[in-house]
Design a protein around this ligand. Sequence first.
Ligand SMILES: [Mn+2]
Length: 390
Amino acid sequence: MFKLNFPQGLTAERFLADYWQRKPLLFRQPLQGFPCNLEADELAGMACEEEIESRIVLEKHGATPWEARYGPFDEETFSQLPESHWTLLVQDVDKHLPDVAKLLDQFRFIPDWRLDDVMVSYAADQGSVGPHIDDYDVFLYQAKGKRRWKIHTRPVSEEQFIPGLELRILPDFETEQEWLLEPGDMLYLPPNVAHWGIAEGECMTCSVGFRAPSLRELASAWFDARIENRLPQRRYRDPPLKPQAAPGEILPSSLSAFKDLLQTCLQDPGQDDRWFGRFVTEAKDHLQVFPRERPMDEHAFLNRFREQAVIHHHGYTRMAFSRRERDGQDTLYANGQHYTLPSESGDFLPVITHYRELHFGYLLEWLDQPEYLALLCRLYNDGHLRFADE
Ligand SMILES: [Mn+2]
């Protein structure tokens, strides 16, 4: 296996403590011998597919400077691109190519639910998406060719972006640090660090991107879940009232009573925290997993699994699990659904969430027990697991 080599004698622990979400870090050749077999033509082919998210950024020779065009594209688009100064970006390449998904395995010292995707970009000579900032952490792995990365860590405000562009391009970019990345090198950038990567000759970069829900998204998911189930049946009650000289006035004491009511709803011990696991494993709209039209019963599933020996995670499946002490149940999450298990599920959930390929022999001890067999069969019927010939 390829193991991520940290620079300067760092370990995953030190990296997380000192750099993660804080400081940029350059990695020279962190993945000795990691192959990137993806070719530019194959990436262009993916960008022509309906269900794959892609865009082309043209710094020059477009309708406007930094023109962004959105896929799906066709062959003609590619034949008409200029010699230089453009980039093709394709999202979620890991969901479609298992070889690219292997790159994600190097980052599992960070929880799976934080991972978003591997975006692959192919740039013609001088290609760049411009100086910009992102809201998310990213590892920029230089798969092929060379790219020069310039960064600065000064704070950037919304008003500083060039108006009227879809991309958040910074007009004034004063380089603080820069590096030329060769094939196999990697740069880690925390959120909000301004960066500008310019291809020197044609090149390909894999961006390992993370998710971080915004407070707005979290609050909305939390309230939706609470309203759906078990929000206490309580109603607003008045604070001690006195006759009001101006009945039109809303008194501060009424507002506090209302805020207290909201507080009790946050503190309610009966609340179900599974909404979080469901929320963070939700898949993007165009990457949904669908249940099988003809579900299999457990007996048939077991026979099929024995015969096939291996079952795979669906490429679009996002899994996570949580240990539940309070109501004595462990929970598995897959793309916004949850499945409960007895609390003594031991290594079962770590194993089935960790490995994208599950071997019959390895799961044998669990397949003998009805609750685990039932869960695997449900995951199969819900489309999260599949056999190689499907
Ligand atoms: Mn970026």
